[in-house]
Ligand binder design. Structure first.
Ligand SMILES: [Zn+2]
Length: 375
């Protein structure tokens, strides 16, 4: 059906949401506003205690709207409530002549992910007005997605009835959707050497920085395989220019579209550390943490087919792509939900030049409505 977005309504909503401070683990006001908004749309909303795990007072919002057509499959729509920093005092500058929304220049805009939130809300309003009816709609608005999906990780997925999910949380023009994302495993290692005076008795020391340098120079970084990257991002150590350094700490991450492959590369790194240390007499500690796990939603999955059909109905060229960054969908996939991540139109995210075209807010809302109708 031909749906007309109430452009002023979605613009007002987006600019209002942007004006609310909602950095990760500081989402209280945002959650209150969205809870009221969902309830006004007829959702039954509950908030979990995810925030309590991280010393925050805000949990994930889960909402259920009973459909008018019990014959349809339920569908889960999701976005995150938090924004990155600098994100305090955000203001949406709407330039109608250019059709563009930017921040004031000193903060992010927060289109990541408030454009996703606004499009979902407007899409639901449009779908509700569809005389053809709709099935059950579930909503999950998460906290702390920007810090490795901390909110989603604590959500009780046994509550979710939908087998398919659409997460409105990717940069780029509306019409793109991510069907795969990598595992992200962060690691850190510390080389423990032995201090000595660098001028009087250098031979008595074991130089931790030199050992770390050797390990790093033997470690391939950047794109090291298909869908596989390794990066050593920080290094710190040493006490003074005249002391043989007794400690050097490095941190980094591995991203791999194949989880086992990423784990294998990390194992190789640890072996290299062990080998250099045993030769130089240094000791080491090594730790890693799986931040998110890779997923791949097959292109013939109902989620992808519904998305492509929805794009076609809107005259958009739907594209299924792979992404190198994680999202809550990585967590959904671990719980057996088959999801894809939709571009909401946000651009230059995680920077003060973040922006979105007004047109994308409009078409993004229509895409959500179309997906609900086709589900
Ligand atoms: Zn995001």
């Amino acid at each position: 059906m031909d749906r007309k977005v109430d452009l002023e309504r979605v613009l007002d909503q987006f600019t209002e949401l942007v004006s609310v401070d909602s950095v990760s683990l500081g989402e209280r006001r945002m959650a209150d506003i969205l809870k009221a908004e969902l309830e006004s749309l007829g959702f039954e909303v509950t908030e979990d205690d995810a925030g309590a795990y991280y010393g925050s007072d805000t949990g994930n919002l889960y909402g259920l709207l009973k459909g008018t057509d019990p014959g349809r499959e339920p569908v889960l729509l999701s976005a995150h409530m938090d924004t990155v920093e600098p994100g305090l005092g955000k203001k949406a500058i709407v330039d109608r002549s250019r059709g563009m929304i930017t921040s004031a220049g000193d903060t992010v805009l927060g289109a990541d992910d408030l454009s996703g939130v606004a499009e979902i809300l407007e899409g639901i309003r449009l779908a509700k007005a569809d005389p053809a009816g709709y099935g059950d709609i579930e909503i999950l608005f998460t906290v702390a997605e920007e810090s490795y999906c901390k909110g989603a990780v604590k959500f009780d997925f046994s509550r979710v009835r939908s087998k398919t999910a659409y997460i409105a949380d990717m940069s780029g023009s509306v019409g793109n959707a991510a069907v795969s994302a990598p595992s992200i495993i962060s690691f850190e290692f510390t080389i423990h050497g032995k201090p000595a005076h660098a001028g009087f008795d250098p031979g008595a020391g074991i130089n931790a920085i030199a050992a770390a340098a050797e390990i790093i120079s033997q470690t391939e970084q950047g794109l090291i395989g298909t869908g596989l990257t390794l990066n050593i991002g920080t290094i710190e150590g040493g006490k003074a220019s005249n002391i043989v350094s007794d400690s050097c700490r490095c941190t980094g991450e591995v991203r791999g579209s194949d989880h086992e492959e990423a784990v294998r590369v990390l194992g190789e790194l640890e072996k290299r550390i062990e080998s250099v240390c045993s030769r130089t007499g240094a000791e080491y500690t090594f730790g890693s943490e799986v931040r998110i796990r890779a997923y791949c939603t097959p292109e013939d999955d109902i989620t992808c087919r519904t998305f492509l059909k929805a794009c076609e109905n809107l005259g958009l060229e739907g594209k299924l792509i792979s992404t190198r960054s994680g999202s809550d969908n990585n967590v959904f996939a671990e719980h057996g939900i088959s999801g894809i991540v939709l571009s909401s139109g946000m651009m230059d995210t995680h920077s003060v030049t973040e922006h979105i075209e007004i047109r994308d807010l409009e078409i993004g809302s229509r895409l959500i409505a179309e997906i609900i109708s086709l589900s």
